[in-house]
Ligand binder design. Structure first.
Ligand SMILES: NC(=O)C1=CN([C@@H]2O[C@H](COP(=O)(O)OP(=O)(O)OC[C@H]3O[C@@H](n4cnc5c(N)ncnc54)[C@H](O)[C@@H]3O)[C@@H](O)[C@H]2O)C=CC1
Ligand SMILES: O=C(CO)COP(=O)(O)O
Length: 332
């Protein structure tokens, strides 16, 4: 019997907790919101962040007590909004068992430091690489919570530990693959959100499939070039975590990033789109971090730069696309 603790009971933390419970583990959710802890503990529901699920599994409970949450955990899963991960994890630093594996579900880059979540989690918890695991793939939370068939990628520097976590989250409807390319998973997960913002914006402004496909494909090229420069395996970008997640996120109104972009395209301001968002749209703070990372690595980031001008200067969708078209004619 594996004891697994999930830190953060947002939409994905809760849906993934259900996957882990369906796979036969004992699952403890920890959340900073007392009302969510009570809802899960007393009613087996998370009506705040995942209202579509009427009854969470019986082997899934919740606590608001940090020490109690992680004391017996074999695996600790982190599903906290990326910009708050460091702050939240620091409180757990002296509490987590010395043998526990720590899994990140987060898809973002820390705005203040430009660091990926593998770096943030490892620094915050003083964790060696072989105990850090990343999970990334086309996993819209509501569809996973509905138990629709889906797959994901589980990455760890130590492939045996990736397999341990993959086994712990394998169910009839959820299929994990394994890799050692942690950097690739982190880069795919974070950067596809920036692409989804741009695709959503174009769709919201009324543009069709050609425009969307152009942004997705140029976005994939940008994401691959940055990822390679950061040390990722290019193969990862053609897989589930790369193309797969781009297709899912850029094509679904269930995506908060796509929807945030669509609202901008319809004319809402960044503040209005933030208010309308049903959960964290990680691409918003990550966009600026991607531009900075591109500069640091010497990789052009035309799409992230154009989206950054949307978010920071309020340029229109037409101007964002004009900026994308602005460079010299190059080989594809
Ligand atoms: N929803 C989805 O379909 C998927 C989301 N992800 C990623 O998983 C991560 C979490 O996403 P969701 O659960 O969907 O987001 P959400 O917006 O539903 O929840 C965010 C969570 O972060 C927590 N949080 C924020 N600040 C905190 C703090 N200072 N201390 C403790 N907790 C804090 C909130 O309490 C909440 O539980 C994000 O990085 C997202 O990109 C990855 C795959 C799928
Ligand atoms: O990462 C996701 C699907 O794989 C979810 O995307 P959003 O964070 O945009 O909702």
């Amino acid at each position: 019997m594996t004891n697994i603790t999930v830190l953060g009971a947002g939409a994905w933390g809760t849906a993934f907790g259900q996957v882990l419970a369906d796979a036969g583990n004992i699952v403890t959710m920890w959340a900073i919101e007392p009302e969510i802890v009570t809802d899960i503990h007393e009613h087996h529901r998370n009506s705040y962040r995942l209202p579509s699920v009427e009854q969470l599994p019986a082997n899934m409970d919740a606590t608001g007590d940090r020490a109690q949450a992680v004391a017996n955990a074999d695996i600790i899963v982190v599903a906290i909004a990326a910009q708050f991960a460091r702050l939240a994890l620091t409180e757990f630093k002296d509490l987590i068992p010395s043998t526990a594996l720590v899994v990140s579900l987060m898809k973002g880059i820390e705005r203040t430091t430009g660091k990926r979540m593998d770096e943030v989690v490892r620094e915050s918890l003083n964790l060696p690489a072989e105990r850090f695991v990343a999970i990334s793939g086309p996993n819209l939370s509501k569809q996973v919570a509905d138990r629709q068939p889906a797959a994901t990628v589980v990455g760890c520097a130590d492939i045996a530990n990736a397999r341990t976590v993959a086994k712990a989250c394998e169910t009839k409807y959820f299929k994990p693959f394994v890799t050692t390319d942690v950097i690739g998973l982190e880069m795919c997960g974070s950067l596809k959100n920036v692409v989804a913002l741009a695709v959503g914006m174009a769709r919201g402004a009324g543009y069709g499939e050609n425009t969307a496909a152009m942004i997705e494909t140029r976005g994939l090229a940008e994401l691959t070039a940055l990822g390679k420069a950061a040390g990722a395996d290019p193969k990862t970008f053609a897989g589930l975590a790369g193309v797969g997640d781009l297709v899912a996120t850029c094509g679904s109104p269930l995506s908060r990033n796509y929807t945030f972009g669509a609202n901008l395209g319809k004319g809402l301001s960044v503040e209005e789109a933030t208010k309308a968002s049903n959960g964290v749209a990680e691409g918003v703070p990550t966009t600026g971090a991607v531009v900075a990372l591109g500069r640091q690595l010497g990789v052009p980031t035309p799409l992230a730069s154009a989206m950054s001008d949307v978010l920071d200067k309020g340029i229109s969708c037409a101007d964002m696309l004009a900026e994308l078209f602005g460079g010299a004619i190059t080989e594809e």
